[in-house]
Unconditional design. Sequence first.
Length: 308
Amino acid sequence: MTGMRVIGWGKALGEKLVTNDDLAQTLDTSDDWITERTGIRQRYIGGSVASLGTQAAQRALEVAGLTGSDIDMVLLATTTSDQIVPSTAVVIQAALGVTGGALDLNAACSGFAYGMVVANGLLATGMKRIVLIGAEQLSTITDFSDRSTAVLFGDGAGAVVLEATDGPGDLLSSVLGSDGDLKHLLYAEHGGYLQMVGKEVFRKAVQVIVESASEAMVKAGIGVDDLALMVPHQANLRIIQAACQRLGIDEAKAMVTVDKYGNTSAASIPLALVDAITEGRLQAGDLVLLTGFGAGMTWASAILRWNP
Ligand code: ACO
């Protein structure tokens, strides 16, 4: 049996810091409204998916003490690939000097959690190491004249290096789901901007987080008290609080970065995970719940043992 463990991590942020007050200069909004309704105080804008993803991956390789030639596969979770063809993963692969495969994966904001499961499966086929990246440039599909969406999103990337291990490894369980009948709730057409039915997304998000996280814990044979940390998709602080409350998870166990980075879609879980690691919030042996939801709708929850 082959499993995986995390051996490196890194992040990158858009080059320009944009505060709520900055947005209020051109939009009919305010720092108070954005902070109260979303928990977001600022976000970073700029860069490209390839540049952000490459920086995050390079840092992850440095932590792992590896170079691109040690990697068999670049797996990039993104909804905002820099071009339709080729994948942005190949641009990152070339920049890193990886000689193996490269693939973009689009499961919207659930993409990184989906990617963990895909990577686990690829490692079981005999690959040794995979760089898994979540990278987004949501500013390319954000209508900055629409206050209902412009205040929510940011650009950034997070990456991990995953290595094959003998035995079951550290991904203890996972639950993936989707419901394409809900695609009208959140979408962007080619060349268009993100459109969202915010309230419906909010309600459905809380529901799928609670259901999928509960199922993932049952599959792993653990309860909420066994969790050291929850790393949820960062869309809205109130979604995270509502999910914690319904799951019976102490809010102090939830990693929150939405205040600093806004919603960075597939980059939000790895950005939050990397901050949790660098802030010393994870000790060897800790159990972590990764849980995401996004356009589709899609959702994904996974239990990871932290064992770097
Ligand atoms: N500033 C000031 N007022 C605003 C703003 C703004 N930026 N945006 C909306 N408003 C107004 C609305 O026009 C409305 O005014 P009205 O009462 O006069 O009609 C009022 O504020 C309330 O608007 P609601 O949409 O009802 O506000 P709500 O509390 O639902 O918050 C929000 C909106 C933040 C979008 C919330 O619904 C939410 O977070 N939903 C989930 C979104 C989400 O998770 N998306 C990401 C999914 S994953 C991915 O995208 C890539």
